[in-house]
Design a protein around this ligand. Structure first.
Ligand SMILES: *Cc1c(COP(=O)(O)O)cnc(C)c1O
Length: 471
């Protein structure tokens, strides 16, 4: 061991090596930056030798020097690699929260790129040559699509809920059904947000049943809001009763200074019901029924960027826009660009809406998925004999805490490798392929659901599976 430690090369020797010079040119690092990394590597190797764990070449040999430079090269590469990277989602879960929820439409992407690259009229009225409002860019589209008198956009729906409660019900009572005190994604609880906002929560009913009279009995002079929360990520089944939005609107509209507010969660702009998918109301309906204000996410069923959209009566939205908190939760120009791009797809009509990946993936038919899966398996088996592949009917989930009870019928591919277990194969696909591939494991098989794989990514997915073990 001592022999090895003595044989470790000096830093200045390695600095004279041709590989060091090459790396200095290629990496565009400064001499001191690269030297610092080299020193760190030598120090690590020294530690490893001291702990009797060095498994590389023997120090003092040329081979050892090569080892050191390989480690250095990899380190330099890693240092500037993005940690936020593209992933191919082969799980079939469309709004996979861990994988970034909605993918944007081409229209939205292009608008983001242009907006990022250039100056824009973000807060500037070109006609008047005067200061404008960033809300203006999406407000008219939102009004058109939802039918609301006014609208604004904040950072996400959690921020929207907070802003509404803080601005409209601070120190006032907010009546909510116990069945709707939901927790979303483990970090967002309606009851905690309400506490933070300074509004006083008045719980009514029970977990499974709340009646109209429960709300009526809870009214007091302190009541500011009757709130309904979309129970996005769970479904109470069996002996249940909740009060319809319309009934609550009727109830509150008769009481002066009490607002009806619904946190819609997902906020569908596309009517998935007409395609037989779920029973999510569209935002326009809820506005038409007379809700004073609603909030919803930009990156759930809407299929746009992370954002919180607030729509409703003009006097309420005006109040929210003016509130100090609006500045704290305001959206940036890239989000506005992505949202404007997406909303224009909605405004253009059915065909353009289908270019929004979330909508396209949700509507993909069983036949289409069957055809794609069959072609995929045929190609796969032509290129390698290391897999057994079967196609079977399964279901995809919407995800993102949306439509929890909806299972979309799908045709999926189950893979069995001749030497790797399902865990090993899934791991290789995640860590060794570029971009990474995330798939499901079911009954010792890796299951691919092409619903969430774009056709451009399909050939890539195929290559990755074929070359997962080139030996
Ligand atoms: C998802 C959700 C939220 C949070 O929305 P984000 O945009 O993720 O911040 C709030 N309320 C409900 C009912 C939701 O489903």
């Amino acid at each position: 061991m001592k022999e090895w430690l003595r044989s470790l090369p000096a830093v200045h020797e390695l600095q004279n090596h041709v590989k060091f010079h090459n790396l200095l040119d290629e990496s565009q690092l400064s001499l001191s930056q690269l030297t610092k990394q080299l020193k760190a590597i030598l120090e690590e190797i020294r530690e490893t030798i001291l702990h009797d764990q060095w498994s590389g070449a023997v120090p003092g040999t040329n081979h050892f020097i090569e080892n050191v430079f390989t480690i250095l090269e990899n380190k330099v590469k890693q240092q500037f690699a993005y940690t936020l990277e593209k992933v191919v989602n082969a799980t079939g879960t469309i709004l996979h929260t861990n994988l970034g929820r909605a993918r944007l439409s081409e229209n939205a992407i292009q608008h983001v790129v242009d907006t990022a690259r250039n100056y824009s009229n973000l807060e500037y009225k070109l006609n008047e040559g005067q200061r404008g409002s960033r809300h203006s860019h999406v407000e008219s589209l939102l009004k058109e699509i939802t039918g609301a008198e006014a609208a604004m956009v904040v950072n996400n729906n959690a921020a929207a809920v907070y802003l509404v409660l803080r601005a409209l019900a601070k120190n006032k009572e907010v009546i909510v059904s116990r069945g709707q005190l939901v927790e979303i994604g483990g970090s967002f609880r309606i009851s905690s947000i309400m506490e933070e906002s300074g509004a006083k929560l008045v719980e009514v009913g029970t977990t499974n049943k709340t009646h109209l009279y429960d709300y009526e009995n809870a009214f007091s002079p302190e009541t500011g809001i009757v709130m309904k929360v979309h129970t996005s990520n769970f479904k109470v089944i069996g002996f249940t009763k909740s009060v319809e939005t319309r009934e609550l609107i009727r109830l509150t509209s008769g009481v002066e200074d009490v607002i009806f507010y619904e946190d819609l969660g997902s906020g569908a702009l596309y009517d998935f019901r007409k395609r037989g998918i779920g029973d999510e109301p569209i935002v326009k309906e809820v506005i038409e029924w007379g809700a004073d204000v609603v909030t919803f996410s930009g990156d759930k069923l809407l299929g746009g960027p992370q954002a919180g959209i607030i729509a409703g009566k003009k006097n309420i939205i005006d109040q929210l826009k003016k509130h100090q908190l609006a500045r704290v939760v305001r959206v940036d120009k890239m989000t506005l660009a992505a949202l404007e791009g997406t909303l224009i797809d909605y405004a253009r009509g059915e065909e353009a809406m289908r270019t929004i990946p979330t909508i396209r993936d949700l509507l993909a038919s069983l036949d289409e998925l069957d055809e794609r899966s069959k072609a995929f398996v045929t190609n796969l088996l032509q290129r390698t004999s290391r897999y057994q592949a079967t196609i079977f009917e399964d279901s995809s989930q919407v995800g993102g805490g949306t439509m929890p009870d909806v299972l979309l019928p799908s045709m999926v591919i189950a893979l069995k490798h001749d030497s790797f277990t399902a865990e090993q194969l899934a791991r290789k696909l995640r860590t060794e392929s570029q971009p990474a591939i995330v798939a499901r494991i079911q009954k010792d098989e890796v299951v691919l659901d092409l619903r969430t794989v774009s056709s451009e990514d399909e050939s890539f997915l195929l290559d990755a599976i074929v070359t997962v073990d080139p030996s």
